[in-house]
Design a protein. Structure first.
Length: 523
């Protein structure tokens, strides 16, 4: 089909999945205005920073993959860097030899707004196709999405079940921070599901960004944010914010006899995901997961520091024997994924995050922004590829995925922290089969391997009932009472045998929907 330009008599339909119905409603407005897959994903992503602030915000990062109908796939990495004035010795003292997990010292430059800006610029604004042609077309765009989100923040979104659960799970953290306490409590009690979530400071910021999104990094917003971080004890400056821009890159690619896969390059853990997709037929999948995870912990870093060992990350050096992993901090509820595919063949998998629930545990009162703690993923070990340094980016859990088979174009992504490669490798191959219903795949029980990131003191398999049918490689198995957030919130959009389909994980609060573009008569 041709783009759904007003007056053309043509329409573009879009399959969208997101972890909150309000995000899908925003995508619906973008599609109704003539937008395609990227416009829909962008509108949903902006809205999620208002309604799902425990998992994503303007203070987090963004990683995305976009495919054009000609098959060209582009990676967008808007991953913020450490401060130019970072002091490794001081960080070691503060964290007892490890990166601080919370507070201003764990905050790196937020990348999400620059990521939105990159997607918006590619597609062009209303009335123009734009040089990139990545699916915004004549509808939507960043300005309208930000303005719409500002109204929602001002009028008050409804507290979701997931947000209410997150407030309670991080109750001490919420009470300890004046900014979080002012937004997520009422009369000293946590907000409940169904209550209004009013965010006036955030609404004002979103309106300002609708007029000038660059001010987040190089204007009044950047100055206010830097000053707030300084008061909180951080070292990020306005100059650090001004130095940030989204990176576009060639994605990693894996091609098999029946499928092609695209994942994001380092410092994203996309290579770990491709390693599991490439080796998933092994008779001991738990061993493979452990080996891929160990390789990531040992080898993943920022290419700005020096070459990253991609062969090792992909397990192409034959190293499939796991080693005892580093015991990372728990990072539940860290991420949102938005996926969209349209009838023209555009596809996008977009993920944005504050890392751990409520990020650094800091909500800047002046801007209403929940700040991420992505800096806590850095290493403080000399010689490690992820050793923190001025202007360097941390190793990143976000790993969106696009797939292509003979009759399916797939966009998929998930929440799940370090376990994202495990979750996507367990679900995505079946999602490339047009005969298999996407929702049926997401409804299946799943298992993941982890340690402190899953709440255990040692490496353990966490399995939903009925999920683990293979050996556990000698690890203890903890069987849950039912579906759990740790098994991931997978979002799926696909064009399968000519039909658009979408599905949202039942573990989240979300929705998958087919959105119809404007129906008009030729002029």
């Amino acid at each position: 089909m041709s783009p759904g330009r007003p007056g053309s008599g043509r329409t573009v339909d879009v399959a969208v999945a997101a972890p909150h119905p309000a995000a899908v409603a925003a995508a619906r407005d973008a599609v109704a205005a003539g937008g395609g897959a990227v416009a829909a994903a962008l509108a949903a992503a902006v809205t999620l920073t208002v309604v799902y602030p425990h998992q994503c915000s303007l203070g987090g990062d963004l990683v995305a993959l976009v495919r054009a109908p000609d098959g060209r796939v582009t990676a967008v990495l808007s991953i913020g860097a450490a401060a130019g004035a970072v002091d490794v010795a001081r960080l070691r003292a503060l964290g007892g030899g490890r990166m601080p997990g919370q507070g201003a010292h764990a905050v790196t430059v937020p990348g999400v707004v620059a990521g939105w800006r990159a997607l918006d610029g590619w597609g062009g604004g209303p009335g123009t196709r734009g040089d990139g042609g990545l699916g915004l077309r004549w509808g939507g765009g960043l300005g309208p999405a930000l303005a719409r989100a500002a109204r929602l923040a001002e009028q008050g979104a409804t507290v979701s079940t997931g947000l209410a659960r997150a407030i309670r799970s991080r109750w001490e953290q919420v009470l300890a921070d004046p900014g979080l306490r002012s937004v997520f409590t009422r009369d000293g009690a946590p907000l409940n599901a169904g209550e209004p979530l009013v965010q006036p400071q955030l609404a004002g910021l979103l309106r300002e960004l609708a007029s000038d999104p660059d001010s987040f990094y190089r204007g009044a917003v950047a100055a206010d944010l830097a000053e707030g971080l300084r008061r909180a004890g951080g070292t990020l400056t306005a100059a650090d914010l001004a130095a940030h821009d989204a990176e576009t890159a060639v994605p990693l690619n894996l091609t098999t006899d029946t499928a092609s896969w695209w994942a994001t390059p380092p410092p994203s853990q996309g290579a770990t995901l491709l390693a599991l997709l490439d080796l998933r037929t092994d008779d001991d999948p738990v061993r493979l997961v452990r080996a891929a995870t160990a390789a990531r912990d040992r080898l993943l870093g920022d290419p700005r520091r020096g070459p990253v060992d991609l062969s090792g990350l992909l397990l192409r050096d034959g190293a499939t024997t796991p080693v005892v992993p580093a015991l990372s901090r728990r990072a539940a509820g860290d991420t949102v994924a938005v996926t969209a595919v349209d009838s023209d063949g555009y596809a996008v998998s977009l993920i944005q995050s504050v890392y751990q629930t409520f990020g650094a545990g800091v909500l800047d009162p002046g801007t209403g922004i929940v700040l991420h703690n992505r800096g806590s993923a850095f290493s403080l070990d000399d010689g490690h590829p992820a050793l923190i340094g001025p202007g360097l980016r941390p190793p990143h859990t976000l790993c969106p995925l696009l797939g292509r088979s003979a009759d399916v174009l797939l966009a998929v992504g998930c929440q799940g922290g370090r376990a994202q490669p495990q979750i996507l490798a367990a679900t995505s191959p079946d999602l490339l089969d047009a005969r298999v219903a996407p929702q049926a795949v997401l409804d299946r029980p799943r298992w993941v391997v982890g340690a402190r990131d899953l709440g255990f003191d040692r490496e353990t398999v966490l399995a939903e009932p009925g999920a683990l049918t293979a050996p556990s490689d000698g690890l203890p198995v903890a069987v849950t009472a039912g579906p759990v957030d740790d098994a991931g919130h997978v979002q799926v959009a696909r064009l399968a045998a000519g039909h658009l389909e979408a599905a949202s994980d039942p573990r989240a609060d979300g929705l998958g929907a087919i959105l119809n573009g404007p129906q008009e008569n030729p002029s």
